[in-house]
Design a protein around this ligand. Structure first.
Ligand code: ADE
Length: 250
């Protein structure tokens, strides 16, 4: 049986995933807790990614080297960058880029030295499955979240977007910085702090990766207010529902 890694960016998300696993056992590697068990009959390892690209890369490496996972699914939140990528929407990544990678003028800006490229791809098959699970969850969302939560966050018609996800070791919390990112990377749909690191490690090992991010803020001057509120009240409900839908369908 193949083993799937379920990686959560947030404690709340991991707790919701662990609630779906009847038999999880904890194993600590590199100071990080990995939870081995089953979810809807699938052999899974669930783990918290840690924040930032280094934590993400060591987590991905442990999952592959120590736990032998054959695919990785990552859920978390992100700041929306693209036009129309709003709080409560979902972004399923097709490509990843490290927006703070810059070895210019030796290499072109954003290119990862040694790879001859700036972007890494998500696995097309896993990503299509994740996108359809996400769309299904979004369509059922209004009946799962209370009317007050829907109104507070303006979640009336959340959308599922697919495209470029960018990562860097910075929480983007000013309108000036998000505009600067939009100027240099006009295709970017959303920004977070781990996805592109997972993508590079998965590329190195040939392990398929799929990433879904719920938009918690617009990476602007209001991000520091919107982000924690969204985490408390909405985020974990999205990710556990998406994971459950994904694994139930498989
Ligand atoms: N994750 C969620 N919101 C984010 C932001 N604004 N910047 C970076 N990572 C994020």
């Amino acid at each position: 049986m193949t083993t799937t890694a379920i990686v959560s960016a947030l404690h709340e998300e991991l707790a919701a995933v662990l609630e779906l696993m009847p038999d999880e056992r904890q194993q600590v590697v590199g100071g990080r807790s990995f939870w081995r068990g089953h979810l809807h009959g699938h052999d899974v390892v669930a783990v918290l990614s840690g924040i930032g690209k280094v934590a993400a890369a060591t987590t991905a490496t442990s999952l592959i080297e120590r736990f032998g996972v054959q695919s990785i699914v990552f859920t978390g939140v992100a700041g929306g960058l693209g036009d129309g990528v709003n709080v409560g929407d979902v972004v399923v990544a097709q490509r990843f880029l490290q927006h703070d990678m810059d070895a210019s003028p030796i290499f072109p800006r954003h290119e990862v030295p040694g790879y001859g490229r700036a972007t890494f791809e998500a696995d097309a098959v896993q990503t299509a499955r994740l996108a359809s699970a996400s769309a299904l969850v979004l369509s059922a969302l209004p009946s799962q979240l209370g009317a007050d939560v829907l109104t507070t966050f303006g979640l009336q018609a959340p959308r599922c977007h697919q495209g470029l996800l960018i990562s860097g070791d910075r929480f983007v919390a000013t309108t000036a910085e998000s505009q600067a990112l939009r100027d240099v990377l006009p295709d970017a749909l959303a920004v977070e702090m781990e996805g592109a690191a997972f993508a590079q490690v998965c590329h190195d090992y040939g392990v398929p990766l799929a990433v879904v991010r719920t938009i918690s803020d617009r990476a602007d001057d209001a991000a520091h207010v919107d982000f924690p509120r969204f985490l408390r009240e909405v985020a974990r409900r999205y990710s556990s529902a998406i994971i459950e839908t994904l694994l139930r369908k498989k």
